[in-house]
Write a protein of this length. Structure first.
Lengths: 361, 253
């Protein structure tokens, strides 16, 4: 522990390590570098494989960002986020088939998902413990069956969306090159991450983390626990639905397994946890790494039944659980912190001091 | 700076509001077991009331009901002139009831300062204002040295102190302290006693559950003794130690 007593603490927001002076600008440097990387990606990697990985990684990063608000920050683990993803896919499909722009349809899509989340949360959040997690599995399975039986939702055959003019407003582009799709989902990701940041940094963010850490103590300091859990599930569902809206426009097709399968729920949760639950950048890191591994193994080591990527998943999850429970983002943060510390000592410490506090792990 | 709410009522009240807390016929049953049975008492504004009794006497259940965590099976709770019977915990906190937990419940992933800021948000929406209150509490409870430590990794003594700080950061009128002085070393206990006294000197009414009799005798103005869920004594500490019913409850026959 190297806490410097009496020194004015610099920031509360980001994490336990307040950074003073010019070091703070490195956060901006990091953000800009990341933005440049993400924007340049489809121009540099032009292969169909790379572009597919990019679009899918960002789609799942958006879905996992939704999951993360509820599971990572609020501590309510969901194994049913496919229902929000699916709600986004189906709602957008229905509205687009009725002639609406997919952009406008994202509003009802998010609203349907948020309502669904609140409906599950209302009874479950009365109880303490894992009832919510169990209910999400149950409702997910039920929805899959119910939707398969609805003829107006296409039943088991699903819905195929009409091909329209290739414009941004129609969210349809040439499939020769996925660059346009990539930039659309990148923009959605940026908006959604910005939203999460706004939610997490202030009072609401402290309240949900308080609930995650100890809901009885949270109530004792005046946190309306149930209300904040409901806000979190609504926001979470709405965000994940946006990923579904995009997905259905990208695929122009939706059927029950592609929208509502339990494995989809698991994948969303896995990406968020692997990337780093409770970290804003976790879903991005998780999305890219998991989708890359999955795509690479399915192209190069494909065997019937796809056991290879599952093996790799398992290995990755085990490694993360043992080495760094806060996921890739935690690993990344640790490296960043060590780098800053190294820089600070190299410069003689006195000028740019890093206040290292709390744990070193 | 002053910490607001404690003095917002202007210190000692007058007339019917002399009592911050009035408990009347409070009862709590768990199936056939009566954990708290028809307990009544009142706490004067600015007082320190000690709630004592052997293990299982119903002290913590009584606390939980006042803090809104458990619904009473019967009876009434009046706080600050309002009937708060059956209020939820967060409403009780908003009304001005602050509390600590016997088995410490800090927000483990947050730093000490963030714990306090979170609590201070009850009366201050903006981070800036909440932070000012948190820093004042930090200074008052001498938590500055560990302000940026992760709360979950603190020692028991520090966690207890943080719990007091967190309750204070909600700017309560009434503070419920559940065994904040138990299990501490003599030095820690002395410091904690001084903190409790300092909090009380600011005008915050305190109800404390405590086992360390030495501390109870020196801190509390008034005692309520529970045994098997019933009130067996109410009065000053000096009288309590000579009361036959109290002696019997503690020493047995």
């Amino acid at each position: 522990m190297a806490t410097l007593e009496g020194q004015a603490p610099a920031s509360l927001g980001a994490g336990p390590v307040p950074v003073t002076g010019p070091l703070r600008y490195r956060r901006w440097v990091f953000l800009i570098a990341l933005a440049v990387l993400l924007v340049a990606y489809p121009r540099v990697f032009v292969s169909g494989f790379a572009q597919n990985v990019g679009v899918n990684a960002l789609t799942f990063a958006v879905a996992a960002t939704g999951w993360n608000l509820l599971g990572g920050f609020t501590g309510q683990i969901s194994f049913g986020h496919a229902m929000f993803f699916g709600a986004g896919m189906y709602t957008t499909a229905v509205f687009v088939m009725a002639g609406m722009s997919p952009w406008i349809s994202m509003l009802p899509a998010a609203a349907v998902a948020a309502t669904l989340g609140v409906l599950i949360g209302l009874p479950c959040f009365r109880l303490r413990g894992h009832y919510f997690s169990i209910a999400t599995i149950a409702v997910g399975v039920i929805l899959l069956t119910v939707v398969t039986d609805r003829t107006w939702l296409g039943g088991p055959e699903g819905l195929t969306l009409p091909i329209k003019d290739e414009t941004l407003w129609n969210l349809q582009f040439s499939l020769r090159d996925l660059t346009e799709y990539y930039y659309v989902i990148l923009a959605i990701f940026a908006v959604v991450t910005g939203l999460s940041f706004l939610f997490v940094r202030g009072r609401a963010g402290r309240y949900v983390r308080a609930i995650r850490d100890d809901d009885r103590a949270a109530a004792a300091v005046g946190v309306p626990v149930r209300r904040y859990k409901l806000i979190a599930v609504a926001l979470s569902g709405g965000i994940t639905a946006l990923a579904g809206s995009f997905q259905v426009m990208h695929a122009l097709f939706v059927d029950p397994p592609s929208a509502l399968d339990l494995s989809l729920s698991i994948q969303i949760a896995l990406i968020a946890v692997f990337g780093g639950a409770g970290s804003l950048w976790g879903p991005l890191l998780g999305g890219w790494s998991i989708i890359f591994v999955q795509s690479y193994s399915s192209v190069h080591w494909q065997t019937p039944g796809r056991p290879v990527d599952l093996l790799i998943y398992g290995a990755l999850i085990t490694i993360v659980a043992v080495v760094e429970p806060s996921g890739l983002a935690g690993l990344f943060r640790r490296g960043w912190r060590n780098g800053e510390r190294w820089l600070a000592t190299r410069r003689g410490g006195g000028v740019h001091r890093v206040t290292v506090t709390g744990d070193r792990r | 700076m002053t910490l607001g709410a404690a003095v917002r009522d202007g210190g000692m009240g007058v007339g019917p509001n002399m009592n911050v807390l009035e408990v009347e016929g409070l009862t709590r049953r768990f199936g056939g077991l009566v954990a708290v049975n028809q307990v009544s008492f009142a706490v004067q504004r600015g007082a320190i009331l000690g709630l004592i009794g052997p293990n299982g006497a119903g002290k913590s259940t009584l606390f939980s009901m006042i803090a809104g965590e458990q619904r009473p099976s019967g009876g009434r709770i009046r706080f600050d002139g309002r009937d708060v019977t059956g209020w939820t915990a967060h409403r009780a906190a908003a009304a001005g009831v602050g509390r600590t937990f016997q088995l410490m419940r800090v927000f483990g992933s947050m730093t000490v300062l963030e714990n306090l800021v979170t609590a201070a948000h009850l009366r201050h929406r903006s981070t800036r204002a909440a932070r000012r209150v948190a820093e004042a509490v930090c200074a008052e409870l001498d938590l500055g040295g560990i302000a940026h430590h992760q709360a979950g990794k603190l020692t028991a003594a520090s966690k207890k102190r943080l719990e007091m700080g967190r309750a204070l950061a909600t700017e309560p009128t009434l503070l419920l302290l559940d065994e904040v002085l138990s299990g501490l070393t003599p030095t820690e206990s002395r410091e904690a006693t001084q903190i409790v006294r300092a909090i009380n000197d600011r005008g915050i009414t305190i109800v404390m559950v405590e086992h360390v009799m030495e501390v109870v005798m020196s801190l509390c103005h008034h005692l309520v003794v529970l045994d098997f869920g019933e009130k067996i004594f109410e009065g000053t500490p000096e009288v309590a130690v000579r009361d036959p019913a109290v002696l019997e409850a503690y020493l047995g026959t």
